[in-house]
Every structure is written in C-alpha cells, then in structure tokens.
Design a protein. Structure first.
Length: 265
C-alpha cells in the first residue's frame, strides 16, 4: 500500500506540472541580449579585441621572464613573483606585407592586455623550409594565459609525436584528426578557452578547458588540461591570476601570423 501511495503522489504532482507546461508562454523566456555585428569576410565581430590587423604591434610587448619554461619547477619558481603591470619592452617581431613574422632568436611576444575566458581567432603560416623535419619544421605556439599551449607546426606529411603536432594541447591532448594544410599555406585556429579557477588559498577549484577548430574542423572537444604546458615532466596546477597575457612563441622559425582577435567571454 505504501508504494502505491507514493507512486500516486508522484503521478499527481507530475500531472500538475505537465498540465501547466501545456501553455506555450510558460516555457518562453525573455531576456536582454547584447547585440553584436558579425564580421564580414576576414573582419572580426564588433565586440572583438583586435590584437593584430596588419598595421602595427602596439598590442604586443616582450613577455615576462619565466613563461614558456621547459619544466614545472621553472614555472613554480617565477609565477608568484612576476609583476605583470611592468612593461617588458617593445615587441621586436617584424611586419611584412601586413603579416607578423617571428624574429628567430628574439623571443616570444605577449599581449599588453590580460585575458581569462576567451574566444580566440588566429591565422598562421608555417613557411616551407626544405630539409626540416619533425618538431624542427616551422614551429611556434599559442600560449593561452602564457601557460597553456596549442601547438603550431607544419604537420602536413611531417612525422612527429602526435601530442606535439599542430593542434595538439602540447604533450597533453592529441588532436582528434589532422586538419593541416601544406606548409606555406594560411591556416586558422578558432579556440574557446575556459581559464582555471582557484580558491583564495590557491587550491584548484576547476581546471582549464579548451575547444579548438583547425581550418574549420573540430580537433579538440572541450578537453580538460592537467596544468600548464611543460616540455619535461608531468604538468600540475600552480595558482595564478584570473587574467594573464596571451603569448606567441619564438621557436627559431619565421612563422607568420595575421588577423588575430579575441572575444572576452
């Protein structure tokens, strides 16, 4: 009898709710949404922060020392002590034909603005370089928050480890497919990045997450990051600010960039 009574009550409650839902207006929501204008062709949307449009490097500077370290120990030593408000000097990459070109040996460049959750659009070109192979063939990288790298590399008929090829979350996530075009061809990344969250005590509340489209093809589907990118060893999280600069890597190859913009989410 008890089970029959409980079942009857549930059915009565469900029936009442279901009856209310028969009125279309009961499930209609009206909210104020920000209106933006989508870009036409290669133009960014109206709410984007344009980081490079071919004219100058005003949005960029030299990165703070410590970013792009090869080990977690290197990052652990420098992250707490960096003064992000201090300018590191003018970005010294070149502009040719309205394209930003890595100046090999001069180091990476960082945005003057700091970002957390973003939608990033960036176009890049790994130049043809006969005789180069593997990780040495037109290498660079996009470092979200200066810490979490999406690899840039010629990965068209160029063998290397898959968690280090173009579109990989370097040494953490292999891309779902290889959507690379031949070297010397312009390629696109559209990246959705969710920054990690930390408590006031510095403990991790939620990890960073990434979605990446490479040339319009989904290659990273809301993957969870294990920590900052490191070349040697296993990553783990180090508490940092909720917003940090975006960094483009100098890996001694004259990789080209154009049409870079972000939308803060």
């Amino acid at each position: 009898m008890k089970n029959i009574f409980v079942t009857s009550v549930i059915l009565i409650l469900a029936g009442g709710a279901y009856g209310q839902a028969q009125v279309p207006e009961a499930t209609e929501l009206y909210v104020d949404l920000e209106e933006i204008t989508p870009g036409e062709g290669n133009e960014p949307p109206s709410d984007a922060v344009v980081l490079f449009d071919g004219s100058d490097l005003d949005e960029w500077q030299k990165p703070h020392e410590g970013f792009g370290r090869g080990s977690m120990q290197g990052l652990k030593d420098v992250i707490p002590g960096i003064s992000y408000e201090t300018s590191r000097g003018v970005a010294n990459w070149k502009i040719e034909n309205n394209e930003m070109v890595v100046a090999p040996g001069e180091g990476g460049i960082a945005t003057r603005k700091m970002f957390g959750d973003i939608q990033l659009h960036i176009e890049w070109n790994s130049p043809v370089d006969e005789g180069k192979t593997g990780q040495g063939y037109s290498n660079s990288g996009v470092f979200l928050m200066g810490l979490y790298e999406v690899q840039i590399l010629n990965s068209y008929e160029n063998e290397t480890y898959q968690n280090g090829q173009a579109g990989s979350v370097y040494k953490q996530h292999i891309p779902l497919v290889n959507a690379s075009k031949p070297p010397g061809t312009w390629q696109e990344y559209d990246i959705i990045f969710t920054a990690p969250r930390f408590s006031e005590k510095g403990t991790l509340l939620s990890p960073a997450r990434l979605t990446v489209f490479h040339n319009g093809v989904l290659i990273q589907n809301n993957v969870t990051l294990s920590g900052p990118t490191c070349y040697i060893g296993s990553p783990y999280y180090i508490a940092h600010r909720p917003k940090l600069p975006l960094i483009l890597q100098d890996h001694s190859d004259p990789v080209r960039f154009r049409n870079i913009w972000v939308r803060e989410l």
